[in-house]
Design a protein around this ligand. Structure first.
Ligand code: ADP
Ligand code: ZN
Length: 745
C-alpha cells in the first residue's frame, strides 16, 4: 500500500511513500506520519491511500505514525479538505494549523516526587532518628503530621538536599515515595466557579426546547440566537451543552475575545468541572500540549476558546456555539489558512451532523440576512433576564460642549465627569471605553504639521507614556521620545494629540485621585494571567473604574457596574470600509450592554462629534431593527455583503514598480469575467506600506442574485490565481487571497 503525504508548504504538491506492513492497520487518511525527506525525518499528513503507485522514481517508506490514538476523525478530515479548497490553501498548511506539528497526543506532563508517611511506624526507629539524623527527623515530623502527600521540593527551605533525605527515610521504611503528574496550572486563567440558582423564564425555555429538540435529531441544524445583552445567552449555552453531554456527545464554544474566556469558562467549570478545556493563543506551551493531548484522548468533553478551537480534535461533536458571531476576530487574516471561524463552525457542524448555534446581541448583517432568507432558524430573547432594565443612554455632543465650555480637545465631558462622581459616591463601578491604546495616537510637528511616522510603515506612531516611547502598532518599531525632532523640518517642538487609553487613565486619576483605576488593553494584557487578574479584581470590586479598549466592551458580566462611558464613539465611523458603521453600532450597543446588568439601573454616556449620525442615534435608542433596515439598503445599493460575495486579493512587495507590474499582469490576464462580477482596483490598501512592503489590492464582488452560492466567484478566483504562490512568477512579491474578508481595509 502507498500513501500520499502532504507537508505544510506553499505548494499544493503531495509526495508518495510506501506503508510498512507493521503500521498498515494504524495509518489512515488524516494520520500524521513521520517520513524521511531530504535525509531528515519530518512530519506530514496522509491525504490519500492507494494500492498502486504510478510514480516511477524511488519510493521511501513511512517511518511511523506520530500519534498513538486517532486524532483526525472523518468529519474533521472533511473539514480540513473543505477549508483547503474553499480558502485556496494547500492541504498540508491547513492540516498543520489543525494538528500543529508542535502538539502531540502523546504528551506526558512532568512527574513530581511526593512523599507520604507510612502508617504504624516503629517508634524506636523514629526515636533513634532524632539522635542520629536530626535533619531526617525534622522532615519526617512534618511528613507524619498530616496524612497527605507532600511535595519533596517543598522541604528545600528546611534542608538543602530534600530528595536524598527522603530517600533515606524511605530506605528506613518510614515513608513512601510517590510520583505525581505535575499538571500545568490550567485554572490560573479562569474565574472562580460561581454557583447559581437558575430558573429559566418563558422565552429562555422556548429557546432551550428548540435547540434540545434539534440536538436529539443527530442532524445538522443551525440557529441564530438573537438575544439582547443580559438576556441569559450564557445560561442557555450551559443548559444546551448539558443536554449535549447527556447524549454522550462533545461540544465546542467559540468566544471572540480572550478577555471573555476566564469569566465564561468559570461559569462552565462551576457546572461541568474538569471536562472543560480552555483553548486560546496565550496558553503556555505546557498547558497547550497537555490540553491538546487530553482533548485527543477524550478526557475533555467541552472546549471553550478562541477561533482555532473550532479545529479541536474532539470526537463526536454534538454542539457548536459561536458567541458574538459578528466579531471580526473570528476571521484569521494574518496567515494561511485565512478563514472565518463562524463559517468553518457551520461547515464542521454539517460534517459532524451537529447543531450549530450562532449567537449575538447584535448579529452580523450576513446572519440577519440569512435568517430573512430562511437559511438559518431564528431564536429571539427580547428582554433582559429578571429585573435588569435597559440602561438610560445619554449622548454628549462634544462640539457644542466645547463651544460652551471653551475647552478644546476635552476628553471627559462635564456630564460624564458628574456621572462618574455620582457612581463613585454610591460605591458603584464604572467602565470607560476608548478604542485606542497608548497615550497619544498621533504626534505631530508644531511648525509644519507633519506626523511622526514609522520608518517601515506608512503609519503614524503612537506615544506611550509609561516607557516614553513612540511605537508603531503594526510592526512594533519604536523610538525613545527624548530629543525627538520633526522628520520633515527638524523642529523640536512636537504636539502630542489624540487620546489613547493611557491618557484617559491619567486624566481620570487626576480628576478623581482617590478612585482605584485599572486598565485593560493590548499593552496591559500580554498574558492571559494578566487579563484574568485585572478582570477578577474588578469583579471583586477591588477597583472602581475599568478603562479599556473594545476588549472590555463585550460579553462581561459585572453586576455592580452601573455606568459605561464611551469616550469617543466616532472612532472608526469614517473609515473607508463597508463595515465601518456596523462596527461602530455594535461597539456602542454592546458596551451599553455592560451597564446595569443586575438590580441596579445602568447608565451610558456616549461622547461624539457626530450626534446626528443615524448610526449613533440608532445605537443610542438601542434600535437594532432600524439600524439593520438602513444598513441593508446601503449595502444593497453598493452591492456589498450580504448582497454579494467578496474576495480580496492583496499584493505585497518591497519594490513598488515590480509589484505594480505584477498586478497589471494579473489584471490584464483576468479570464472569465461574468455579468454580476465587479472588479475593483488595483488600489493601494488602506495601510499602503507596512514593514517596508507596499500593498495593493484587487477586490471582486459577485452579486448573489446571479451567484447564489458564491461558486462562480470561487471558480473565477481559482482559475485566475492558481499561480498565486508560484515563486518564479512572484519574485520577492507575495499574493494573499481572502474569501469573505471581514473588511476591505
Ligand atoms: P448574556 O450572555 O445574554 O449577556 P448572561 O447569561 O450573562 O446574559 O445573563 C445575564 C445575567 O442574568 C447573569 O448574571 C446570569 O447569571 C443571569 N441569568 C440569566 N438567566 C438566568 C436564569 N434563568 N436564572 C438565573 N439567573 C439568570
Ligand atoms: Zn511600523
Amino acid at each position: 500500500m502507498f500513501a500520499d503525504v502532504a507537508f505544510p508548504i506553499r505548494s499544493f504538491q503531495t509526495f508518495t511513500y510506501s506503508i510498512p506492513n507493521e503500521h498498515a492497520s494504524n495509518i489512515y487518511i488524516g494520520t500524521r506520519v513521520s517520513v524521511p525527506f531530504r535525509n531528515k525525518a519530518i512530519q506530514g499528513i496522509v491525504v490519500n491511500i492507494k494500492k498502486n503507485n504510478s510514480y516511477l522514481g524511488p519510493i521511501k517508506k513511512i517511518i511511523e505514525p506520530v500519534d498513538k490514538v486517532q486524532v483526525i476523525t472523518l468529519p474533521l478530515w472533511d473539514l480540513i479538505r473543505w477549508v483547503s479548497k474553499y480558502y485556496m490553501t494547500p492541504i498540508g498548511k491547513v492540516a498543520n494549523s489543525v494538528v500543529p506539528k508542535s502538539l502531540s497526543s502523546n504528551f506526558q506532563p512532568q512527574l513530581e516526587k511526593h512523599v507520604k508517611a507510612k502508617k504504624n511506624n516503629n517508634l524506636d526507629t523514629v526515636i533513634k532518628l532524632k539522635k542520629t539524623a536530626p535533619k531526617q527527623f525534622l522532615v519526617y515530623k512534618i511528613i507524619s503530621e498530616k496524612d497527605i502527600a507532600h511535595k519533596v521540593s517543598s522541604f528545600k527551605n528546611i534542608v538543602s538536599n530534600p530528595l536524598q533525605i527522603c530517600i533515606s527515610l524511605k530506605d528506613k521504611g518510614l515513608i513512601k515515595l510517590i510520583n505525581k503528574i505535575k499538571l500545568p496550572d490550567i485554572n490560573q486563567s479562569v474565574f472562580e466557579p460561581v454557583f447559581k440558582d437558575i430558573v429559566f423564564n418563558r422565552d429562555q425555555t422556548i429557546v432551550i426546547n428548540k435547540i434540545s429538540l434539534a440536538l436529539k435529531k443527530n442532524n445538522f441544524n443551525s440557529f441564530l440566537l438573537h438575544g439582547v445583552t443580559g438576556s441569559g445567552k450564557t445560561e442557555i449555552y450551559i443548559e444546551v451543552v448539558r443536554n449535549c453531554l447527556a447524549q454522550k456527545k462533545t461540544a465546542i464554544v467559540l468566544l471572540p475575545e480572550i478577555s471573555l474566556t476566564p469569566q465564561i469558562a468559570g461559569r462552565f467549570r462551576a457546572v461541568f468541572g474538569d471536562v472543560v478545556a480552555i483553548w486560546h493563543s496565550k496558553l503556555k506551551s505546557s498547558q497547550r500540549s497537555w490540553t491538546w493531548g487530553k482533548i485527543c484522548t477524550g478526557d475533555f468533553k467541552i472546549v471553550i476558546g478562541a477561533r482555532s478551537a473550532i479545529f479541536s480534535p474532539l470526537k463526536n461533536v454534538g454542539l457548536i456555539i459561536v458567541d458574538e458571531e459578528q466579531e471580526s476576530s473570528f476571521y484569521q487574516d494574518s496567515k494561511e489558512p485565512r478563514y472565518h471561524a463562524r463559517d468553518v463552525a457551520l461547515m464542521r457542524g454539517s460534517f459532524e451532523k451537529s447543531t450549530v448555534l450562532v449567537a449575538s446581541a447584535t448579529p452580523s448583517l450576513e446572519s440577519y440576512y440569512n435568517f430573512q432568507q430562511k437559511k438559518i432558524e431564528y431564536l429571539r430573547l427580547p428582554k433582559r433576564y429578571g429585573v435588569a432594565k435597559y440602561p438610560k443612554v445619554h449622548i454628549v455632543d462634544m462640539l457644542s460642549n466645547q463651544e460652551e465650555t471653551g475647552k478644546f480637545d476635552q476628553v471627559i465631558s462635564g456630564l460624564l465627569q458628574d456621572k462618574i462622581e455620582e457612581k463613585l459616591n454610591k460605591k458603584e463601578q464604572i467602565i470607560l471605553i476608548q478604542n485606542r491604546r497608548g497615550f497619544s495616537p498621533t504626534v505631530k510637528c508644531n511648525d509644519c504639521g507633519a506626523h511622526v511616522m514609522c520608518s517601515q510603515c506608512k503609519v503614524a506612531l503612537t506615544y506611550h507614556k509609561n516607557n516614553n516611547k513612540l511605537v508603531c502598532h503594526f510592526c512594533s518599531f519604536s523610538i525613545v521620545n527624548d530629543k525627538l525632532v520633526c522628520q520633515e523640518c527638524r523642529n523640536s517642538k512636537l504636539i502630542y494629540s489624540g487620546t489613547g487609553t493611557q491618557k484617559v487613565e491619567q486624566l481620570i486619576q487626576q480628576t478623581f485621585p482617590k478612585s482605584k483605576i485599572c486598565r485593560l488593553d493590548m499593552d496591559t494584557s500580554k498574558s492571559s494571567m494578566g487579563i484574568t487578574s485585572v478582570l477578577k479584581s474588578f469583579s471583586n470590586q477591588e477597583f472602581d473604574i475599568l478603562i479599556g479598549t473594545q476588549m472590555v466592551a463585550k460579553g462581561l458580566d459585572f453586576p455592580n457596574a452601573t455606568l459605561v462611558g464611551i469616550i469617543n464613539a466616532d472612532l472608526g465611523l469614517y473609515l473607508p470600509d463597508f463595515r465601518a458603521t456596523e462596527k461602530v453600532f455594535q461597539l456602542i450597543y454592546q458596551a451599553s450592554g455592560r451597564a446595569g446588568r443586575s438590580t441596579k439601573k445602568g447608565e451610558v454616556v456616549i461622547q461624539t462629534y457626530s450626534p446626528n449620525s443615524s448610526v449613533i442615534k440608532n445605537a443610542k435608542n438601542l434600535n437594532i431593527a432600524k439600524f439593520y433596515e438602513n444598513e441593508l439598503v446601503d449595502r444593497e445599493e453598493l452591492n456589498y455583503p450580504p448582497y454579494s460575495w467578496l474576495a480580496k486579493v492583496e499584493f505585497v512587495g518591497p519594490n513598488q514598480p515590480s509589484l505594480l507590474s505584477l498586478i497589471e499582469k494579473f489584471k490584464h490576464n483576468l479570464k472569465g469575467i461574468y455579468t454580476g462580477l465587479d472588479v475593483l482596483g488595483p488600489a493601494p490598501c488602506f495601510l499602503e506600506k507596512l514593514k517596508n512592503n507596499y500593498r495593493f489590492q484587487l477586490v471582486f464582488k459577485s452579486k448573489k442574485q446571479i451567484d447564489p452560492n458564491g461558486i462562480y466567484l470561487h471558480k473565477f478566483i481559482r482559475k485566475n490565481f492558481k499561480n498565486y504562490n508560484n515563486k518564479k512568477l512572484l519574485g520577492q512579491n507575495k499574493i494573499n487571497i481572502y474569501f469573505d474578508p471581514i473588511s476591505l481595509i
